[in-house]
Design a protein around this ligand. Structure first.
Ligand code: ZN
Length: 248
């Protein structure tokens, strides 16, 4: 539907950027249920820079990093975390140090045997008698998060479209523009520009995408961000800040 809508307006979808594939892969992992992004504890984890670099943590450490307190909240956090393990969003493993070369690294649970082969020097060493499980983010998930998946997926979740295309390059007359989200919702076409956070002046970029959205004849243009506040106005556009995205 959207492909034809775009073609009718004389634009060509030249290619969808790599990060669009990342985001779709993340949605597949989550079986299209994006509610986890609205969970204050998990969105905090997804924003954690160390976790986004692939650093493994023990469960207690993860819970402490997103300040989950109180019995009910702890139980809910645990339940959701188990679900994310089942979906392979978080991977369970062990952090082990090789006694021969001292390389300390993460081993996925399915690599763990009584005798481990060091991924560095390849020497075998015995599994320690006592060791805690540690969890890290799925590589696709962290690649997507680092490309700004959170604000894009929260926008999708809020729009609940019948159809959506992510991270497109649209070209016409040798000119190429980028669009984060184009969505078909109840017979309306909505174009969204999403930024987890930003530095510097993004108004010129937003104004450009907003103009493109009007040129295409979209019914609504949305700017969505995880920032707590949006320090500018964009006449004719809908602005969604963090609290708008997290309340769904
Ligand atoms: Zn080694």
């Amino acid at each position: 539907m959207l492909n034809e809508w775009i073609a009718e307006r004389g634009y060509q979808i030249t290619f969808s950027r790599k990060k669009g594939r990342y985001f779709q892969g993340m949605m597949r992992l989550l079986a299209d249920d994006l509610a986890v992004f609205r969970d204050p504890a998990f969105i905090k984890l997804f924003e954690d820079s160390a976790l986004r670099k692939g650093k493994p943590y023990r469960f207690q450490e993860l819970r402490a990093r997103c300040q989950v307190r109180g019995d009910t909240a702890i139980r809910a956090f645990g339940d959701r975390f188990r679900q994310l393990i089942a979906q392979a969003v978080f991977l369970r493993g062990l952090q082990l140090a090789c006694p021969a070369c001292d390389l300390e690294t993460w081993y996925a649970l399915d690599q763990v045997r009584e005798s481990i082969v060091c991924v560095g020097c390849r020497a075998p060493f015995p599994l320690p008698l006592e060791v805690d499980f540690v969890f890290r983010l799925n590589q696709l998930f962290l690649a997507g998060l680092n490309e700004g998946a959170s604000s894009v997926l929260l926008t999708l979740d809020r729009l609940a479209p019948e159809e959506a295309l992510l991270c497109l390059n649209l070209s016409r007359g040798g000119h190429v523009d980028e669009i984060d989200v184009i969505a078909w919702c109840d017979g309306r076409v909505i174009i969204a520009e999403c930024k987890d956070h930003w530095q510097g002046d993004i108004l010129p970029q937003l104004t450009r995408v907003h103009a493109l959205s009007e040129q295409l004849g979209a019914d609504q243009f949305v700017f969505a961000t995880l920032a707590e506040s949006i320090p500018f106005d964009l006449p004719g556009a809908t602005l969604w800040k963090r609290s708008d995205l997290l309340t769904g």
